[in-house]
Design a protein around this ligand. Structure first.
Ligand code: FAD
Length: 585
């Protein structure tokens, strides 16, 4: 008998695991920090150290130098409504020097953060559109690749010195530990070299560490956090103010020997190690650039949802303009959980890459609502949608204040010893949409086909993996990150730990989704399942949600579709037992 493939040693890198004669897939590996290291990061969160370094750096007095440099990164990929870009442009104008934009690919960082080929390809395509836009303003976009990642700060300073640039501008948009430490190092090296650093908070509507409970602690529950978030925005309307547009360089920069070659740099088609098989399809489905993001937003605000619209271009023809109450935003409160239609905005790829600002989304929603203070009442589509954008801020605040969540540790340490199942073939069945639960399988196949899935179905499959299959949330988190075009560490970790009941403000462990009831609610027409699980395309009524129950054995066999991989009720009891007594079976 061949030995059973298990994930028991998933915490070890593939080359250190026992090899029972089977090839170990690298995606079976996840890192878990020691409690000691996690506690250290938690006591002095790197993001708060970075914010301190940023404040101190701003106290220095800048000198002009020969150029101003804006360092664009993976999550602020726009020039419109971009605070650091605007500040860099104003500095260049004031000192009568040109502006250069740099972008440094760091494949080692991408691999360390499980960035998938789709996310990298989207980055490259957005850079292409930015290059064109900047070119029209005579601003070079100098994109290079660098490794090892540890020396990236030195590379930035080396570039600055090569241009005799004395002012570096960037946005704090990556609130991960490695990136915060990287930025702290850049600021410190810059200081040694007499380079002025002006870093801005730009990713979120409200920056991390601005909100605290009455006891002065960081929030770990969404509702009170959300009330504080709204109050803060009301008191600080500048949170929503659009950053000034950047200004063109003089055309003469193109003939300046020092800068000419910077204009010749081309954006690569792909990065080695991140080649994308379905690049053409992704380009059609998710067009790059701020203009595309704005078109998608406009559609969400002005047109009616359509059933279907699965695995198709975001800006597919045929959307019908309707009156306010009937638009996708107008009906967001009622329809947002429906996976069989384009009920949500699908703005997440653009927000994750910073192609459009969250501020702009809220400003446009306020115009739609006809209000001049944000309205977050959950019974109206606009209010509900703004609170969803709030979740995005919330999870970045959580990541910044409780960095151990990104170190492979549960937010709630009491669940660190939960016993997870380790059968690799079960994990494979989940990944490939072969669990015998149609809503789960349709979602997992959509994830592979489209690089994006609906929030409700993300929750269903995450809950299914961690409760019905009782498999480690870190495996699911990693798989999602590798597949998603909108992969974002804070949101992904937040969503996974919510579903696994290990996170901040999580779903309580005993409230386990019933995948059949969830299926009936999320896909009332059955069109979503029929589209992604063609084995079931002729089924109607309740059979589409639970074919093994509603068809005879004979009829079921003919489908060529797997039987349910677990019995939901038994699996539910097992999950509750294990969460009640972490560490026991
Ligand atoms: C297990 C799991 C993993 C997830 N992984 C990611 C991820 O890697 N990247 C990501 O952007 N979102 C993630 N989410 C959150 C959410 O599912 C997506 O943001 C949403 O489905 C995107 O679709 P949309 O743009 O149409 O959202 P809409 O419903 O139109 O919402 C508008 C925006 O609000 C934000 N938002 C909405 N819901 C959430 C939420 N629950 N948490 C955080 N932000 C939210 C997103 O930026 C979204 O684009 C995850 C959720 C779960 C349950």
């Amino acid at each position: 008998m061949p030995s059973k493939r298990t994930l028991e040693d998933a915490r070890l890198p593939p080359n250190k695991r026992q090899n029972n004669g089977h090839k170990r897939a690298p995606d079976m590996y996840y890192r878990v920090a020691s409690l000691e290291n996690a506690n250290r990061a938690r006591e002095t969160p790197p993001v708060s150290l970075l914010q301190q370094a940023v404040r101190e750096a701003k106290q220095e007095s800048p000198s002009g130098g020969d150029t101003a440099v804006y360092w664009m990164r993976m999550e602020d990929m726009r020039v419109d409504d971009n605070r650091a870009a605007a500040a860099a442009s104003a500095f260049a104008l004031k000192h009568n020097i040109p502006l250069i934009v740099i972008f440094i690919f760091s494949p080692q960082d991408y691999a360390a953060h499980d960035r998938g080929p789709r996310r990298i390809d989207f980055t490259l395509r957005n850079l292409d559109t930015l290059k064109e836009k900047l070119d029209r303003l005579n601003i070079p976009l100098y994109a290079i690749s660098h490794s090892p990642r540890k020396t990236l700060p030195d590379k930035v300073i080396e570039l600055m010195e090569s241009w005799n640039a004395k002012a570096l501008f960037a946005n704090l948009e990556e609130y991960e530990i490695d990136e915060a430490r990287r930025d702290i190092k850049v600021i410190s090296l810059a200081k040694e070299k007499g380079i002025f650093c002006d870093f801005h908070e730009d990713k979120l509507v409200v920056p991390p560490f601005k909100l605290s409970t009455q006891q002065g602690k960081q929030f770990a529950v969404f509702s009170p956090w959300c009330r504080a978030w709204k109050q803060y925005i009301d008191k600080h309307p500048e949170c929503l103010v659009q950053a000034p547009a950047i200004q063109a360089n003089p055309a003469s920069i193109r003939d300046d020997k020092k800068y000419t070659s910077l204009f010749d740099v081309t954006i690569p088609q792909h990065l080695p190690g991140f080649e994308l098989e379905d690049a053409e399809k992704m380009e059609k489905c998710w067009p790059a650039g701020t203009d595309a993001a704005r078109d998608a937003l406009k559609r969400f605000l002005t047109t009616k949802y359509r059933v279907g619209q699965l695995d198709v271009p975001l800006l597919n023809n045929g959307a019908k303009t309707v009156s306010k109450n009937d638009t996708r935003l107008g009906r967001y409160s009622q329809d947002r959980d429906m996976a069989d239609r384009d009920s949500s905005s699908r703005m997440s790829p653009y927000l994750s890459a910073g192609v459009i600002s969250a501020r702009e989304l809220i400003r446009e929603t306020m115009k739609f609502q006809g209000v001049n203070k944000i309205n977050m009442e959950r019974d109206n589509g606009g209010g509900m949608w703004v609170s969803e954008i709030g979740w995005r801020d919330f999870y970045s605040h959580v990541l910044s204040a409780f960095p151990h969540v990104s170190m492979g540790r549960p937010f709630q340490e009491k669940y660190a010893d939960i016993k997870w199942e380790t059968d690799e073939s079960v994990f494979e069945a989940w990944k490939n949409g072969m669990t015998g639960y149609p809503i789960v399988d349709a979602t997992m196949r959509q994830l592979k086909a489209h690089g994006w899935v609906h929030n409700r179905t993300r929750m269903i499959v995450a809950m299914f993996l961690t409760k019905d299959l009782m498999m480690d949330w870190r495996l699911g988190e990693k798989w999602f990150m590798q597949q998603l075009i909108d992969g974002d560490l804070a949101n992904n970790n937040g969503g996974w730990q919510w579903s696994a009941s290990t996170g901040v403000d999580p779903q309580p462990y005993f409230r386990i989704f019933n995948p059949i009831l969830q299926s009936e609610k999320a896909d009332p027409s059955g069109d979503f399942i029929r589209h992604f699980v063609p084995e079931l395309k002729h089924l109607k009524g309740k059979a589409i949600h639970e074919p093994s129950k509603h068809l005879s054995e004979e009829q079921f066999k003919k489908l060529g579709y797997p039987k349910p991989i677990v019995d939901h009720h038994e699996a539910r009891d097992r999950a509750i037992r294990r969460f009640q007594n972490p560490g026991s079976l």
